[in-house]
Design a protein around this ligand. Structure first.
Ligand code: APR
Length: 250
């Protein structure tokens, strides 16, 4: 059984030996930024049934209720700052050791941490769009005192996040599949890996010969394919991996 330090050492070596490393991140990477996960203790889906609050059909039929969830998510995200896990991934990208992040998160924290190549697999909550005329607004410019917020045309606004019952944006899906097919290492960080098609990306990577390193305090639906599973919170684990990489690079 490898010790924690041995796992950090191995992960750092794999990252340095890899010619094309990709990361897949989930809500767990933002926990230490104060943003709740969806599943597990204290998760959003314990409080709000996603089929009732986060499904496109329900947004259309009952926007007042959907916006109770959206308002809570947007206000929590507004207070969130990148944590050391986001910063470590941005630094690995700067060092030329991380090609792209495929994120399931809609909190923009990878970009806020300085990551330049981020694929927003589930869209984002930074922008709102009118469901009638399509006009776009920055969420930060829209008051959420009255929900649902309305467009100048009086149409209901919605976050640009992908809701249940909606397809993944085509470009993001194609780019993510290509990244998964061509990488030789994928870091899978903070995801239960229960939601498709995001959860297929590590499987595609593994099928194409990539190694999988998973970072999570709990096992996930993908742990069985991980070459290295580091049990821990991503802020500490990714900071330790970055430090080891920097040590080796000298
Ligand atoms: N560091 C790393 N991982 C953590 C931490 C932490 N500090 N704390 C919790 N986790 C892990 C949990 O163990 C769990 O595996 O984060 C994961 C959170 O899982 P989910 O809440 O299911 O989030 P995610 O996998 O991103 O969900 C995928 O489901 O509801 C949809 O669209 C939503 O993008 C979301 C998708």
């Amino acid at each position: 059984m490898s010790t924690y330090d041995e796992l950090i050492e191995r992960a750092a070596s794999e990252i340095l030996n890899s010619k094309n490393t990709v990361a897949l991140t989930g809500a767990g990477i933002s926990v230490e930024s104060g943003i709740a996960t969806f599943r597990g203790a204290g998760g959003l889906w314990e409080k709000y049934d996603p089929e009732e609050y986060a499904h496109i059909a329900k947004l259309r039929s009952n926007p007042e209720r959907a916006w109770i969830l959206f308002k809570e998510m947007i206000e929590t995200i507004r207070k969130g700052e990148p944590n050391p896990a986001h910063v470590a991934l941005a630094k690995l990208e700067d060092m030329g050791l991380l090609s792209v992040i495929i994120t399931q998160n809609v909190d923009n924290l990878h970009q806020d941490a300085g990551s330049k190549h981020v694929i927003e697999f589930h869209g984002n909550t930074l922008n709102l769009s009118c469901m009638e005329c399509g006009k776009k607004y920055l969420a930060s410019e829209i008051s959420l005192d009255e929900i649902p917020p309305l467009c100048a045309c009086n149409g209901v606004l919605r976050p640009d996040a992908v809701l249940f019952g909606e397809a993944i944006p085509f470009d993001e899906l194609v780019e993510s599949r290509k990244a998964a097919e061509t990488c030789d290492l994928m870091l899978v960080i903070g995801t239960t890996a229960l939601v498709q098609p995001a959860a297929s990306m590590p499987l595609i990577a593994a099928e194409n010969g990539a190694k999988i390193i998973e970072i999570n305090p709990e096992e996930s639906a993908l742990t069985y394919i991980a070459d290295i599973f580091i049990k821990g919170r991503s802020a500490r684990v990714l900071s330790d991996i970055l430090r080891k990489v920097e040590e080796k690079v000298g």
